[in-house]
Design a protein around this ligand. Structure first.
Ligand code: F6R
Length: 600
């Protein structure tokens, strides 16, 4: 995710803001910038590394805000970097999150305001400019503007002629730091933990005015007191938000990541999605087939998507491990849509496969997390999954975001091809909007998963079974466990067990079975019986509506329909994490593995 920092006090403001930006570097970013106030506003921002950003020494500056950006709207360019300013250059805004309704404001403000970026954020600066024209006070102006915004955001604003910083939070974290003679702001404690551990966490709907010695917080019409706490985190713990590993932090970020993937793209009532694609109705209807190319976890997200697309978009889909891909198109290759699924957008195998397809004349679409990545530059269309940076080598939150985004692509194509009615589309979209809450319920059950992991951690090997949508989840569960615990783990469609793998099943090989909605659970239950009769302990991940779970351990997924297997996957991530943690493995950087595989 992006990072926010702010400072008001007598210290060396430009140095403190520069240090805070460095502290936020771990979150991943593609551009950065600062706004410093000393009577006038000085903004410095650019794409690339913080070390290359020139932050002038301004001895009289007492107030500043800074930002590290991970692009969601517009490429990582100097112009799109934050802070963003209004027409006068007197108001500076930094922002994390997504403003769903920014395009409508941009159109409305268009004639009277000059926009210099492609971002959603810039509209906030211009709206505040207008609000300040009626409203002398910056806090009131921010309050008026925030009331008009839809989406998730944390913002910090500073303006010429107004004291301090005004900050607002809606679904995106913000924390204030206090010392006797200064006030800090951060999207997390890391930004300022080297200066203070006395903090106040803002809550959704809070608007805070920060001055050097004082903080006032309102929520709606009410003045609120938020508890001042002392965190005992060191800088390393703070980077991980208090979690021991990035992987666990990222597992816990999934409700937010999925919300971001859906944000502003879904009209549930109308059964419509807007992904800003150039795929016309005519093209969608002329499609012969979709070929998905990807590696590892992204490949499993592709397998999940293939089930969705075949069911709801009535199109033939093949899924290819990118390193094995050859383009075998029809007489009109353009009628084959090749979809590259890649978190990093830089995976060499996926890029090579994509170039083969594009070279043969196929149409291409990227589903990626990384704005400005090589894949995004080379394809005809891109849809971003908006997970925010993933630092743990093992992919976790990006799997959920990839599947969610590909489900949106499915609804888009399904409607364009008249393969589903608007009512059917609405049902799928309702199921998608239930995913964040359902994932949260699974995360809340983490203590039970930890106990299960501790009970079975010494297994000789681990098998994961699941059918239909449960199959890619079983494969992903096994991949996660093997890569971070170094245990032998394999995933199968349940029906394949008896064709060979059953020979390996003993009392010492726990079997994890995915039996939620969409997984042909009744049939998988036969396979559960097969392994149980060989003495294997079974961990069943079931829908909460399952009438008679018969497992050694049952982990329940809230009943939300077709997306239940994605939620089940969160149990498998937690299981892998706790097995690996029990063994003291190097969870965030497993041996022999790299986050982005840029060699073939
Ligand atoms: C597994 C994992 C890898 C990646 C694979 C593709 O946890 O992270 O299997 O999924 O290397 O990477 P991207 O999605 O960046 O193309």
């Amino acid at each position: 995710m992006c990072g926010i920092t702010g400072y008001i006090g007598d210290g060396d403001c430009s140095t403190i803001i520069a240090r805070s930006l460095k502290n936020l570097e771990y979150r991943g970013y593609d551009s950065a910038g600062v706004a410093l106030l000393d009577g006038t506003l000085e903004v410095h921002k650019q794409s690339g590394q913080i070390d290359d950003l020139t932050i002038p020494s301004m001895p009289n500056a007492t107030c500043g805000i800074g930002h590290t950006r991970w692009s969601t709207h517009g490429a990582p360019t100097d112009a799109n970097a934050h802070p963003h300013t209004d027409c006068s250059g007197d108001v500076a805004v930094v922002h994390n999150g997504i403003i769903d309704n920014y395009e409508a404001f941009k159109r409305e403000l268009g004639d009277d305001h000059e926009f210099t970026s492609e971002t959603d954020t810039e509209v906030i600066a211009h709206l505040i400019e207008d609000a300040l024209a009626d409203d002398a006070d910056l806090r009131d102006a921010v309050e008026d503007v925030v009331a008009m915004l839809e989406g998730s955001f944390a913002i910090a604003v500073t303006a010429v002629g107004h004291e301090g910083i005004v900050a607002a939070r809606q679904d995106s974290p913000l924390v204030i730091g206090h010392t006797d003679d200064a006030t800090f702001l951060g999207s997390d404690v890391t930004a300022f933990v080297e200066y203070t551990r006395r903090v106040t966490f803002l809550e959704d709907g809070d608007i805070a005015r920060l001055t050097e010695s004082d903080v006032t917080i309102t929520n709606g019409d009410t003045l609120v007191e938020r508890e001042r706490q002392t965190v005992d985190w060191d800088a390393d713990a703070a980077e991980k938000g208090g979690y021991e590993h990035y992987m666990r932090k990222e597992i816990h970020e999934q409700p937010h990541a999925v919300r971001q993937a859906l944000s502003g793209r879904v009209d549930e009532l109308a059964g419509a999605v807007d992904l800003d694609l150039s795929l016309s109705r005519e093209y969608c209807n002329s499609l012969d087939e979709i070929q998905i190319i990807a590696c590892g976890t992204s490949y499993y997200a592709g397998l999940y998507a293939a089930e969705l697309l075949e069911r709801h978009a009535d199109v033939r889909v093949s899924v290819h491990v990118a390193s094995e891909y050859e383009f075998r198109g029809n007489r009109d290759p353009w009628r084959t849509l090749v979809v590259a699924v890649t978190q990093s957008g830089e995976t060499a195998d996926t890029l090579r496969a994509l170039r083969k397809a594009a070279g043969a004349g196929a149409r291409t679409l990227a589903v990626t997390n990384t704005v400005g990545s090589t894949v995004a530059r080379e394809v005809d269309d891109t849809v971003y999954i908006r997970s925010g940076p993933e630092i743990g080598v093992a992919a976790t939150k990006t799997f959920a975001s990839q599947v969610t985004t590909l489900a949106l692509v499915t609804v888009y194509l399904g409607r364009q091809r008249n393969a589903i009615s608007s009512n059917e589309a609405s049902t799928i979209l309702r199921g998608l909007s239930a995913v964040p809450g359902a994932i949260q319920q699974v995360l809340d059950a983490e203590p039970a998963v930890r106990e299960t992991a501790e009970e079975y951690a010494d297994g000789d090997a681990f098998f994961f079974i699941g059918r239909r949508f449960g199959h890619p989840v079983a494969l992903e569960g096994a991949l996660k466990l093997k890569e971070i615990s170094y245990d032998h783990a394999e995933g199968f469609p349940g029906g394949e067990l008896k064709h060979g793998p059953l020979a390996l099943v003993t009392e010492q090989t726990p079997v994890v079975a995915v039996l939620t909605e969409g997984t042909n659970a009744d049939e998988t239950l036969h396979n559960v019986k097969e392994v149980e009769s060989r003495g294997a302990p079974v961990i069943g991940v079931t829908s909460e509506t399952d009438p008679n779970p018969v497992f050694d351990t049952a982990l329940e997924v809230p009943a939300i329909g077709l997306m239940e297997p994605v939620v089940a996957n969160v149990y498998l991530q937690l299981f892998a994490y706790h097995v690996a943690n029990q063994k003291g493995r190097s969870i965030d950087k497993p041996r022999n593995l790299a986050k982005s595989v840029t060699v073939e």
